[in-house]
Design a binder for this molecule. Structure first.
Ligand SMILES: NC(=O)c1ccc[n+]([C@@H]2O[C@H](COP(=O)([O-])OP(=O)(O)OC[C@H]3O[C@@H](n4cnc5c(N)ncnc54)[C@H](OP(=O)(O)O)[C@@H]3O)[C@@H](O)[C@H]2O)c1
Length: 276
């Protein structure tokens, strides 16, 4: 798909949640470079304004919105920011764990906020923004994930579980929306050189390790793989198992095989009997 085809399929507006730095800012720069209009969302206004200024200086149209994605009203505020603009591409990038603690050592409020942002807001935003895409018969949804989605590990339990939720939801949506022209990608990335990651390393007294992925390269691959969902594992070929026991291609094949068998279960006539 060339740039014009990409813009026609996923434009004219992209909303990036978690846009102000790292991979989110790189998504924004690359999309602005191919003519997208941008809605840039994060909590801190100053970095958002700086990025918006940079992009406008290169001729892009963009607006910013300071929204806490862990808030109960986050999705409504995203919709308010979009204000009826035709959002053809939604990128949910914010999602790192700023806590870095064993489950019982972390305050439950911190885990609540992590789950609210990564699970509830992700689910609600996908629901809200996918519906008009489905009606239009085109669009794209990218949820930035983590290799942590493939299993529990000490110190990142809630984070890993939230990323597993996002992965599984994206896989289901990919299968549901593919017939309607909407592409869904769970973009599973590994350790990447972002300000948030550097802050976490510094807070732990750790040095920056060799081999962190470059945020611009990560964003470039994510956009390129959007038409080839439901999963892209950074650093792995489509048919290569690495972070998980199954490759992206094997996961895609599992969905196609089982969805065909179980399609009748999700037909409208099968709904009901919810209040036994
Ligand atoms: N960096 C890595 O090594 C790594 C590895 C695996 C996966 N990932 C995934 O990659 C994505 C990006 O990670 P990252 O390292 O750049 O850190 P991040 O903290 O998830 O993302 C940074 C962006 O998200 C915004 N953000 C964070 N929490 C927010 C909230 N509650 N409401 C609104 N905006 C929020 C930040 O701006 P504000 O702080 O101003 O809100 C910033 O723009 C995440 O989904 C993460 O799980 C990263």
């Amino acid at each position: 798909m060339d740039q014009a085809q990409f813009a026609a399929r996923y434009g004219p507006w992209a909303l990036i949640a978690g846009a102000s730095e790292g991979t989110g800012a790189e998504f924004a720069r690359q999309l602005a470079g191919i003519g997208f209009h941008l809605i840039l969302v994060a909590r801190r206004e100053a970095p958002l304004a700086a990025l918006a200024g940079e992009l406008r200086g290169k001729g892009a149209t963009c607006i910013t919105a300071s929204i806490d994605l862990a808030g109960p009203d986050a999705t409504q505020r995203l919709l308010d920011a979009a204000a009826g603009r035709e959002v053809g591409l939604l990128i949910l990038n914010a999602g790192a764990d700023p806590n870095g603690a064993m489950f019982l050592d972390g305050a439950i409020d911190a885990w609540d906020r992590l789950a609210a942002r990564n699970v509830l807001t992700t689910m609600r935003a996908l629901h809200a923004f996918a519906a008009p895409m489905k009606a239009r018969g085109r669009g794209g949804l990218i949820v930035v994930g983590s290799g942590a989605c493939y299993g529990g590990l000490p110190g990142i339990g809630v984070y890993a579980a939230s990323k597993a939720f996002d992965l599984v939801l994206c896989e289901a949506l990919w299968a549901e929306l593919e017939p309607h022209g909407v592409d869904v990608l769970s973009y599973v990335i590994g350790r990447t050189d972002t300000p948030a990651h550097r802050e976490l390393l510094e807070a732990r007294g750790m040095s920056v390790p060799e081999g962190l992925a470059d945020a611009a390269q990560v964003a470039r691959l994510g956009l390129a793989r959007l038409p080839f969902g439901p999963v892209c594992n950074w650093g792995e070929a489509d048919d290569e198992p690495g972070m998980s026991a199954t490759s992206a291609a094997q996961r895609r094949e599992r969905i196609r095989r089982i969805a065909a068998i179980s399609a009748a279960y999700s037909a409208p006539a099968a709904l009901g009997r919810t209040d036994r």
